[in-house]
Design a protein around this ligand. Structure first.
Ligand code: PLP
Length: 381
């Protein structure tokens, strides 16, 4: 039995007719950019996120760029975020001319360390950009309280956390703006690229919408330098069909995560993810294969290879922290500057988790891990 890390076609099959029909309708309508399909999805998505406004765009990366620009963040400004994330989080900050400032993460949650955050604030700091990594929500009450104390904006990177909640309230509804990705492997994935910015402020929504269409408030009048970043009507139609199924898919993810945690508990050398308080959306199930001190090889890489040989395909999110990427060499974060992030990058391993995984395939992953981990143990000891 081969177990993939994700399997996008299966969701498509499950939705069958409804999806075919929605896509065909757009094709036949001749309205491929904007129009009712996009507006309807934006309204439905805003409602699902508990905010009055959602603006569709090209990608999660663009959502971050548009939110930063919409909030007036640019050259000379510092934005505090985490280095343990997908590269786009920092890339978007740099794309608007601002400087990403990285704070280390907590070992247990993998999330930005809020105890260290305030020390990173300088007179140039304009915004906090927490990442709800792997679908686990950051403590947004604390983030918002810190932002309020220092007069800072809050932009949530919700790319991996569509449907996640902090204190019962959806992510993307806490900060000034929430940035979502509809990349196919995210919790709500389209049939291609897509993204959205959520917000409460109608003025910000208007600015983001304008920036996404060449800074053009009305046809051929350009009041700012913007982008071509729209959510295609076909993607909006696909997402509108999928959105009502999201709560059920999140339930599947939670059940799968719970079963992994129960069945893998106590295996030596494996550290299972801390689920945190309620509201985790489990875009990824990321455990740690703890390194042997001074070991010549990585127990994580070895286990990954052994799993692959047994037909279980895993992914490493992320092997290199953002602050150690060649593209950010000029920021001057040397080795050891963010020790927890760096250690995690050498230890993390993501097991297959997607709503359609099912019991049989998950059981296979669990069995293979049970058969491998005792054997790998002398290396990890
Ligand atoms: C996927 C992702 C993004 C970027 O989203 P795209 O739609 O791929 O551009 C940004 N931040 C995080 C944390 C992500 O996982």
């Amino acid at each position: 039995m081969n177990v993939p890390p994700f399997s996008l076609g299966e969701q498509l099959l499950e939705l069958g007719e409804a999806l075919d029909q929605a896509v065909l309708e757009v094709l036949r309508s001749g309205q491929y950019i904007g129009g009712a399909a996009t507006a309807d999805f934006e309204a439905a998505f805003a409602a699902a996120c508990g905010v009055p406004h959602a603006v569709g765009c090209n990608s999660g990366t663009d959502a971050l760029v548009l939110a930063l620009r919409g909030l007036g963040i640019g050259p000379g400004d510092e934005v505090i975020t985490t280095s343990f994330s997908f590269f786009a989080t920092a890339e978007a900050i740099s794309a608007v001319g601002a400087t990403p400032v990285f704070v280390d993460v907590r070992e247990g949650s993998y999330l930005i360390d809020l105890d260290q955050l305030e020390a990173a604030i300088t007179p140039a700091t304009r915004a906090l950009l927490p990442v709800h990594l792997f679908g686990r929500p950051v403590d947004m009450e604390r983030v918002c309280a810190i932002a309020e104390r220092h007069g800072l904006r809050v932009i949530e990177d919700c790319a991996q956390a569509t449907g996640a909640r902090w204190a019962g309230r959806p992510v993307g509804s806490w900060g000034d703006a929430g940035c979502f990705s509809f990349f196919p492997t995210k919790n709500l994935g389209g049939a291609g690229d897509g993204g959205a910015v959520t917000c409460r402020d109608p003025e910000l929504a208007r600015r983001v919408r304008e920036l996404a269409v060449h800074g053009m408030p009305r046809r051929y009048l350009h009041t700012s330098l913007g982008y071509n970043s729209r959510l295609d009507a076909i993607q909006a139609a696909v997402l509108a069909v999928k959105l009502p199924h999201l709560p059920r898919w999140l339930e599947c993810r939670r059940d799968l995560a719970l079963r992994y945690s129960q069945q893998l508990a106590g295996l030596p050398g494996l550290q299972l993810p801390d689920p945190g308080p309620e509201g985790h959306s489990w875009n990824q199930y990321v455990l740690r294969v703890t390194s042997a001190v001074g070991a010549a090889h990585s127990p994580r890489d070895q286990l990954k290879q052994q799993l692959q040989d047994a037909g279980v395909n895993t992914i490493i999110y992320y092997p290199i922290p953002i602050h150690r990427q060649p593209a950010y060499a000029d920021l001057g974060y040397g080795p050891g500057s963010l020790p927890v992030t760096e250690r995690l990058c050498g230890e993390v391993l993501s097991l297959p988790i997607f709503p359609e995984l099912g019991e049989a395939r998950q059981q296979r992953v669990i069995e293979v891990l049970h058969s491998l981990v005792p054997a790998a143990q002398p290396l990890a000891a």
